[in-house]
Design a binder for this molecule. Structure first.
Ligand code: GLA
Length: 718
C-alpha cells in the first residue's frame, strides 16, 4: 500500500487500484493491471477537480467510492439516509486514509487471511456522521474485499434507507454484463446484457440470495479499456446490484444488500456495518474465475474443510420418501462395493413424512421406516461408510406437532394466514425461543445418530417478513440472516469436524455467506446433463469446483425425461464434489462395475479435481461445445472434460483445443475408457487441439440423447 499526500495505491498480486485526493474529494483514477509505485500518477487523470458546495461539476463525473443525495449528483446512490431533521441530503467529505485492521463485521461472516487493509474515512459535518470504507487485499488472489460502515456520532437518531457495501466508479460506457439467473432446477444460467447509456439492475427481496439471480456478477469493459470486472457479496439474504452507464460516459457499479425494505434505525452513537463485498479486475475472462476460486478456497471456506470430501451416495433421487431400513442397507452394501465413502439418508426419515405435506419441525425418528436411526447409522458404518442425514431446520409443516404446539413460531403477518410454498412455512429464527428450539433439534439429531455429514436444506423462500412494531427500524431479511449465521456458527462450534452441505431446493442459496459455514452446496436439483452443464458452468464462473456438489443421477432424468449415458453424467460429476444419486439397488453387475471404475477415477484425481485451477477453452453458453480443464498448480497434471453439445451432421470439424497448460511441456494424454495414450506437445494442445471425433460413441440407436456427448481426458507431463 502506498499513501502519499495526493495518491493512495493498493496492490494485489497482479492488479492495482489507485485513488487520487483533491482536497476533500477522493477519486478512483485507476483500476487495472498492476503498475509499479511512482512518485505521482498525474497522467492517469487530467482533471483538476475540487469540491465546492456551490459547484457540483466535479461530483457529477468523478469516480467516487460512495455516493449520496446532497452533493449535487443524481446518479444511483450507494447510500441514502433520512436525517434527524427529516431531510435526505448529506455531504461526506474525504478526511483521510490509513492502513487499518480488517474489521470484524458484527453478526456477519467475512473473508479471512487478508494481507493488508486500507481504510478511507469520510465525514458529514452537518449531521455528524462518519463513513468508513475498508479495502482488503490478499497474498494469493486479486480479489479485493470491500465493506462500508457508517457511524452516527450525533445526538440524534437517523434512518438508513440504502447502504451498498461497495461502489466502483469507472470510466467509459458500453459495458457488457454477465449475470447468472434462473429458477428452481435452472439456477445460474449465464445471461448477457449489452449496456449503452442506462442502468442494469438485478436483485431479490426473497430473503435469500435466491435461484432467480446470484449475487455474482461479471462485466466486460469496453474494448478501448479492455479487461473484466467481477463482484460478489458475502451475504445470503436480499441483495441488489446496479450498473449505471451515464450520459457522461462513466459507469457506476454498486453492490450490497437490497434496499427495498431497508429502514434501519441508526440511533445516536451506533454503527451500521454492511456485509462484505468482493471486487476483482482481470485482464482476461479466465482470470476472473481463477482468482475468484482462489479467493473462495483460500479466504471464505473454513480451512478445516480444505481437504478431500467423501464420495456420497444419496437416496433422494432414487427413493424420494419411499424407503425403509432394508432399502438403506441395500444401498449401503452397493455403495461400499463401488468404493463410495458416505451414505446419505435424505428427506423422509422423521415424523410421518411420506410426502412433502407433513412433519417438518418434528425431527423424531420414524422407527417404522428406519428401524432406529442410531443402529441404522452403526450398521452403515460397519460397512466402512460414513453416515449422513438430511434436515431442513428453518422450516415447519402446517401439518406437524410443532405447528400445533407452537403456532407462534411461524413467520407470519398476524393479520393473515402464512403463505405456503411447497406446503411449508418458515420458522421465525429471529425469535430467541425459536432459535433455541432449532439448535436443540440439531443437537438432538447429533445425539440420535452422530452423523458425519448433514445436508442442511431450505426449500422455500420468505414471503411473510413482518415488521412487528417492537422491532420497527430493523430490516427483517438482515435480522433473519444474522440469526441463521449465529445458528450455523454455534452449531459448527459445537461440532467442529462435522461436514455440512447446504442446499435450498437445489441451489437457491448458493453464495459466499453460506460458504463461510458450509464448504459445499447442492448445486441444483436438475441432474440431466444436457441442462446441468449450463448450471455448473454458470456456477463455476464465480465459485470453485470444491463448493459444487455434483451427483450422477438416473439414466432417465425425472425432470426432463431425457435418457443420457453414464459417461456424460460421470463427466459432469467430476467437476465438483462427486457423488451418486440413483438407484444402486437396481443396477446390473456391469453398471456397478462401471460405477466402481468411475469412483476409483475420481478418487485417484480427487485433489486435482477439487482444488486444481479451472480453465474454460470453450463454453456451453456459446452453444457448440464445452471444454473445461482442471490443471494442477504446477501444470504437470490435468483433467479435461470435453462436452460436445451439438452434433453438426456431416461435418469434419471435431477438434478441441485445451488451455491452462504449459506450451513447452509434453503431456501424455489418455482418454477415460480407452487404453491408448498419446504424447503431445503442450503447444499443439493449446493451438491446434486434439481431433477427438473418432472417440465419441457412435450411437444412433436413439436410446440415448446425443445432445450431450462427453469425453474425459487425463494428462500428465512426461
Ligand atoms: C430439495 C433438495 C433435494 C432433496 C429434497 C428433499 O429439493 O434440493 O436434493 O433433498 O429437497 O425434500
Amino acid at each position: 500500500m502506498q499513501i502519499t499526500e495526493q495518491f493512495i495505491k493498493l496492490d494485489t498480486p497482479s492488479t492495482s487500484l489507485v485513488f487520487r485526493r483533491y482536497s476533500e474529494l477522493l477519486e478512483i483514477v485507476y483500476y487495472g493491471a498492476k503498475i509499479g509505485d511512482a512518485a505521482d500518477y498525474d497522467i492517469l487523470s487530467s482533471h483538476k477537480r475540487k469540491y465546492a458546495h456551490s459547484c457540483a461539476d466535479d461530483v457529477i463525473t468523478a469516480n467516487m467510492t460512495f455516493s449520496c443525495y446532497g452533493m449535487g449528483c443524481d446518479r444511483v446512490f450507494s447510500l441514502s439516509l433520512k436525517n434527524h431533521d427529516g431531510g435526505y441530503a448529506n455531504k461526506f467529505l474525504f478526511r483521510g486514509a490509513r492502513a487499518a485492521e480488517k474489521p470484524i463485521i458484527p453478526g456477519l461472516p467475512s473473508s479471512y487471511g487478508a494481507r493488508e487493509t486500507l481504510m478511507l474515512v469520510y465525514y458529514d459535518e452537518d449531521y455528524d456522521l462518519e463513513l468508513r470504507q475498508y479495502y482488503s487485499v490478499f497474498e494469493d488472489t486479486d480479489a479485493i474485499a470491500v465493506s462500508s460502515a457508517i457511524e452516527n456520532r450525533s445526538a440524534h437518531d437517523a434512518v438508513l434507507r440504502s447502504f451498498a457495501s461497495c461502489q466502483l466508479d469507472t470510466d467509459g460506457c458500453g459495458y457488457t454484463v454477465f449475470s447468472y439467473t434462473g429458477a428452481w432446477a435452472r439456477e445460474r444460467y449465464p445471461s448477457v446484457t449489452q449496456l449503452s447509456v442506462g442502468t442494469f439492475e438485478q436483485g431479490t427481496s426473497r430473503g435469500s440470495s435466491s435461484h432467480a439471480v446470484n449475487p455474482f456478477l461479471m462485466l466486460r469493459r469496453p474494448a478501448r479499456m479492455g479487461g473484466y470486472l467481477a463482484f460478489n457479496l458475502v451475504y445470503s439474504g436480499d441483495h441488489r446490484e446496479r450498473v449505471e452507464c451515464t450520459p457522461m460516459h462513466t459507469t457506476r457499479i454498486t453492490v450490497g444488500m437490497d434496499d427495498a425494505f431497508l429502514e434501519h434505525l441508526l440511533p445516536s452513537g451506533s454503527v451500521f456495518h454492511s456485509p462484505e463485498a468482493v471486487m476483482l479486475f482481470g485482464e482476461h475472462r479466465a482470470d476472473i474465475s481463477l482468482q475468484m476460486h482462489r479467493f473462495v478456497n483460500g479466504h471464505i471456506v473454513p480451512p478445516c474443510f480444505l481437504r478431500e470430501r467423501p464420495v456420497a451416495v444419496n437416496l433422494w433421487e432414487a427413493c424420494g420418501y419411499r424407503f425403509d431400513r432394508g432399502k438403506v442397507l441395500e444401498f449401503a452394501d452397493r455403495a461400499a462395493e463401488i468404493g463410495a465413502e458416505l451414505l446419505v439418508v435424505d428427506d423422509g426419515w422423521f415424523g410421518r413424512r411420506d410426502d412433502e405435506k407433513t412433519s417438518l419441525g418434528d425431527w423424531t425418528d420414524n422407527v417404522e421406516k428406519t428401524g432406529g436411526l442410531k443402529s441404522l447409522a452403526e450398521e452403515v458404518r460397519s460397512r466402512g461408510l460414513k453416515f449422513g442425514i438430511w434436515i431442513e431446520p428453518e422450516m415447519v409443516s402446517p401439518e406437524s406437532e410443532l405447528m400445533r404446539r407452537f403456532p407462534q413460531y411461524v413467520l407470519r403477518n398476524p393479520r393473515r394466514e402464512p403463505i405456503l410454498l411447497r406446503d411449508q412455512c418458515v420458522l421465525d429464527l429471529t425469535q430467541r425461543e425459536v432459535w433455541d428450539y432449532v439448535l436443540r433439534c440439531l443437537r438432538d439429531l447429533m445425539e440420535l445418530c452422530s452423523p458425519d455429514y448433514i445436508k442442511w436444506d431450505y426449500n422455500r423462500f420468505i414471503t411473510d417478513a413482518y415488521h412487528a412494531p417492537t422491532s420497527a427500524g430493523e430490516e427483517f431479511s438482515l435480522r433473519y440472516i444474522k440469526a441463521l449465521y449465529a445458528l450455523l456458527a454455534r452449531f459448527r462450534e459445537e461440532y467442529p469436524g462435522l461436514l455440512i452441505e447446504s442446499c435450498a431446493a437445489g441451489g437457491g442459496r448458493y453464495d459466499l455467506g453460506m460458504l463461510c459455514f458450509t464448504p459445499q452446496i447442492w448445486t441444483s436439483d436438475m441432474t440431466d446433463p444436457v441442462e446441468r452443464i449450463h448450471i455448473q458452468e454458470g456456477t463455476l464462473a464465480g465459485y470453485p469446483q470444491s463448493t459444487l456438489s455434483a451427483h450422477i443421477a438416473s439414466e432417465v432424468c425425472q425432470k426432463t425425461g431425457r435418457r443420457t449415458r453414464l459417461r456424460d453424467r460421470f463427466a459432469l460429476a467430476l467437476e465438483g464434489v462427486f457423488g451418486i444419486e440413483y438407484d444402486l439397488t437396481q443396477c446390473s453387475r456391469e453398471e456397478l462395475a462401471d460405477l466402481k471404475q468411475a469412483v476409483a477415477f475420481y478418487k485417484e484425481h480427487r485433489d486435482l479435481l477439487l482444488y486444481g485451477d479451472m480453465f474454460f477453452a470453450e463454453r456451453a453458453e456459446d452453444g457448440e461445445a464445452a471444454v473445461h480443464i482442471i490443471v494442477s498448480r504446477d501444470k504437470t497434471r490435468a483433467v479435461a472434460l470435453v462436452f460436445r453439445l451439438r452434433q453438426i451432421f456431416n461435418c469434419e470439424q471435431d477438434k478441441y483445443r485445451l488451455c491452462g497448460l504449459r506450451e513447452d511441456a509434453v503431456y501424455r494424454v489418455g482418454i477415460y475408457g480407452s487404453d491408448r495414450t498419446w504424447d503431445v506437445q503442450g503447444k499443439l494442445l493449446l493451438s491446434h487441439g486434439l481431433d477427438l471425433g473418432a472417440y465419441f460413441p457412435k450411437d444412433r440407436s436413439g436410446v440415448f440423447s446425443n445432445e450431450i456427448n462427453s469425453l474425459v481426458l487425463f494428462l500428465r507431463q512426461v
